[in-house]
Design a protein around this ligand. Structure first.
Ligand SMILES: Cc1cc2nc3c(=O)[nH]c(=O)nc-3n(C[C@H](O)[C@H](O)[C@H](O)COP(=O)(O)O)c2cc1C
Length: 199
C-alpha cells in the first residue's frame, strides 16, 4: 500500500486519490509499483526500472533505494525523471514528470526502522546492480546472516529515500469505445493548468 494520509488535498492529487481508492477496491495487485525513467548522462542513454512507491506526503512522492546504484548516479548527474503507473484493475495509466532529490536522513532512518529485518539485511548486504559471481553463494550468505538475528541495526548511509514533486501529470482512462480519456495537469507559475489530450 502507498501511504497517502498526508497527501496534498488539491487537484491533481484528488484525482490520484480517486483512482487509488478505486484500484484498491478492485484489489489491484502490486499497487505500489511505479516505473521511474532517468537519464544516464555519462553514456547518453535513458534507463527505466520499477520501484515501490511508499508515501505521498504533501506533493512529494517517495521511494527507497541504494544510493550507490546506477539509478542514484543517474539522478545525481541529471535530476529530471519521468514516472508511470498502470493499474490494470481499473485500466488507468498515470504519467508524471518531476525533479528528483534524496529525502533527509531522519526520514530515511525512520522508514528503515519501520521495515522488516529481512528487507533491511538485504539492503545492507546488496551492492545493488554490481555483478556477482554466484547467485547461490549470495543467497547462502544472506540466509546465514538472517539466522544471526540482528537487533538494533542502523541504516547504512548507502540506502535511503528519494522524493520527487511532479510538475506534470497525465491521467489516462481506457474506455471500451477506444476513445480513451486523457486529462493532463501542468504546474505553471505555481498554478495547476489542466486540459484534455486527443486519444
Ligand atoms: C515491482 C518492483 C518493485 C521494485 N521496488 C524497488 C524499490 O522500491 N527499490 C529498489 O531499489 N529497487 C526496486 N526494484 C528493483 C528495481 O527495479 C531495480 O532492479 C533495482 O533498483 C536496480 O536498478 P538500477 O540498476 O537502475 O539502479 C523493484 C522491482 C520491481 C519489479
Amino acid at each position: 500500500m502507498i501511504n497517502i494520509d498526508k497527501m496534498n488535498i488539491a487537484e491533481p492529487y484528488n484525482m490520484f486519490r480517486k483512482y487509488y481508492e478505486e484500484a484498491k477496491k478492485k484489489e489491484q495487485k502490486i499497487i505500489e509499483a511505479i516505473s521511474i525513467s532517468s537519464y544516464d548522462k555519462k553514456n547518453s542513454i535513458v534507463d527505466s526500472r520499477f520501484v515501490n512507491l511508499k508515501y505521498v506526503i504533501n506533493d512529494e512522492w517517495i521511494f527507497f533505494s541504494n544510493y550507490n546504484s546506477p539509478k542514484s548516479k543517474q539522478f545525481k548527474s541529471h535530476d529530471q525523471i519521468s514516472a508511470v503507473i498502470y493499474w490494470n484493475s481499473i485500466n488507468v495509466q498515470i504519467r508524471m514528470k518531476a525533479k528528483i532529490q534524496k529525502t533527509n536522513s531522519e526520514f530515511s532512518n525512520e522508514h528503515f526502522q519501520s521495515r522488516d529485518m529481512t528487507k533491511n539485511l538485504l539492503a545492507i548486504l546488496s551492492r545493488q546492480s554490481e555483478p556477482m559471481s554466484s547467485y547461490d553463494d549470495f543467497l547462502k550468505n544472506y540466509e546465514k546472516d538472517l539466522s544471526l538475528k540482528f537487533e538494533n541495526v542502523t541504516r547504512p548511509e548507502y540506502w535511503g529515500g528519494f522524493s520527487f514533486s511532479p510538475y506534470y501529470f497525465e491521467f489516462w482512462e481506457g474506455h471500451n469505445s477506444r476513445v480513451n480519456k486523457r486529462k493532463f495537469y501542468e504546474l505553471k507559475n505555481q498554478e495547476w493548468k489542466s486540459g484534455f489530450l486527443q486519444p
